[in-house]
Design a protein around this ligand. Structure first.
Ligand code: SAJ
Length: 439
């Protein structure tokens, strides 16, 4: 074992290693807090001055991390924040948690990873480990990150410098599975890199799952989220097929879910929202295109999921048509704008697509969402209606897009003249009433 590896391994095990977390968002901040709580001295680095200032005041800006935790860590001096990437010069271990969004052209935007690797390259030194956590296509760590980090020349990966990939598995708002107790997959450029990076995370997480390479670790995350995207696409198509046959897809799914093995329940919806599921699988299909292979499941599921907002608008048009009303100049109320129930995140939310399509068809669209007071996106600039029940009673059709648990669906059913329910929110209200249309 090289002297660098030996010394670094010791620091990671006794937690005297100095840690830097790059990117203090919904992944980086919980990770920095967990590493600091485990006993490492952690410096968070983020270009956002407000994030850095709040953290150094002991204030958390991420719901999943309590301010008391940050207050305690900053007062003890085990957690601090800076805008200065030179903090990496003093680090023994670095975790990179920067965004990997898609461009408008639906191909990966690697600019955050490129920028951060160029910012820290001058400070990379022998005897340190770097772990990339950002979801990305297989090969990124080895092909894109490694060359930039060892350009100083005196580094030999697996000997005096260690590089690995470990996919983030943070699900914002979830309380049962957190950064500490969610098993952590870790794959290195070399076996020694896997060993060192595993030792790093073993100091803070309950379960570390070493795998043989960075590509295996990168692909693991993509399988996890492609699995969800394809299965959601499947049930969305089941909903379309059941509709053609006059079968209640929700009853079919509930019945199938009684099977105690070999089946996992997914439910149809108005589309696929969020910062992970609609995005991550496209990294994979993009990479495979460069290898002259078409990832057909991903492409087909993406096509079905992307079409669901239009399918919902067609169902609204049919419902109004049955009432001798045109979509044009009709009054529509959208219930729920977030991308999934009981959260305040609208990223990629299908509600945005449904509203846009309704407006393109000349409808006058209002919305209500208890978590989202204002909706600004492209040509949409709306505020959540102040009086929900007044709006429910007054519009031509209520469209349930996100089934927040706090809605009184019985009252909404009684007061509305027409409902398009895209989430089976009314499911347990026995309604064969023709005023209710379901997906
Ligand atoms: N959706 C459906 N039908 C379903 C499940 C989801 O239409 O059966 C829709 C949701 O309404 C939402 C989108 O798909 O618009 C994504 O939903 P999600 O439940 O997958 O929630 P996310 O996007 O917050 O996914 C995260 C992921 N976490 C990470 O990537 C770290 C995912 O891996 C988790 O499995 C998921 O949370 C979770 O289980 O909550």
């Amino acid at each position: 074992m090289s002297i660098h590896k030996k010394e670094l391994h010791k620091k990671l095990v006794d937690r005297s290693a100095r840690v830097v977390v790059l990117g203090l968002g919904y992944v980086g901040l919980p990770l920095a807090a967990v590493l600091a709580e485990a006993g490492f001295k952690v410096t968070g680095v983020d270009p956002d001055h407000e994030k850095v200032s709040l953290l150094n005041q002991g204030i958390s800006y991420i719901d999943d991390v309590d301010t008391e935790v940050i207050q305690n860590l900053t007062s003890k001096g085990t957690l601090s924040a800076t805008n200065d990437f030179s903090a990496v010069a003093e680090a023994d271990a670095v975790s990179i948690c920067v965004p990997t969004p898609l461009r408008k052209t639906r191909d990966p935007d690697m600019s955050f990873i490129v920028d951060v690797s160029e910012s820290i390259a001058p400070y990379i030194h022998p005897g340190m480990v770097v772990v990339l956590e950002s979801t990305t296509y297989p090969g990124t760590t080895r092909e894109l990150l490694l060359p930039k980090l060892i350009e100083s020349g005196n580094l030999v990966v697996g000997e005096n410098f260690f590089l690995a990939f470990s996919p983030e598995r943070v699900d914002p708002g979830r309380e049962n599975w957190t950064t500490i107790n969610t098993p952590k997959v870790v794959g290195g450029i070399t076996p020694a890199c896997t060993e060192i990076a595993s030792a790093f995370y073993e100091g803070a997480m309950e379960t570390v799952v070493p795998v043989s390479t960075t590509e295996v670790a990168e692909m693991t995350k993509l399988l996890e989220n492609t699995y969800r995207m394809v299965n959601i696409g499947l049930v969305n198509e089941m909903a379309i097929m059941c509709d053609r046959m006059g079968i209640n897809v929700w009853e079919v799914i509930d019945a199938a879910a009684t099977k105690p093995f070999g089946f996992m329940k997914f439910t149809p919806g108005p589309g696929l929202g969020g910062h992970c599921i609609p995005i991550d699988p496209l990294f994979l299909s993009w990479k495979l295109k460069s290898l002259n292979y078409t990832a057909r499941f991903i492409e087909l599921a993406s096509e079905i999921n992307t079409n669901m907002p239009r399918y919902v608008v067609n169902k609204v048009q049919e419902a109004l048509n049955d009432r001798q009303k045109a979509l044009k100049n009709s009054q529509i109320l959208i219930l729920g704008a977030a991308y999934k129930p009981d959260i305040d995140d609208v990223r990629e939310s299908p509600a945005l697509d449904v509203i846009g399509l309704l407006q393109q068809n000349g409808a006058e669209v209002k919305y209500h969402d208890p978590f989202i007071p204002q909706l600004k996106h492209e040509n949409i600039n709306l505020e959540s209606v102040p009086d929900l029940m007044e709006a429910v009673e007054s519009v031509d059709c209520v469209v349930i897009i996100t089934n927040h648990s706090q809605y009184d669906y019985q009252r909404i059913y009684e007061k509305a003249s027409c409902i398009m329910d895209a989430r089976n929110a009314l499911g347990d209200i026995e309604v064969d009433d023709p005023k209710v249309t379901r997906l």
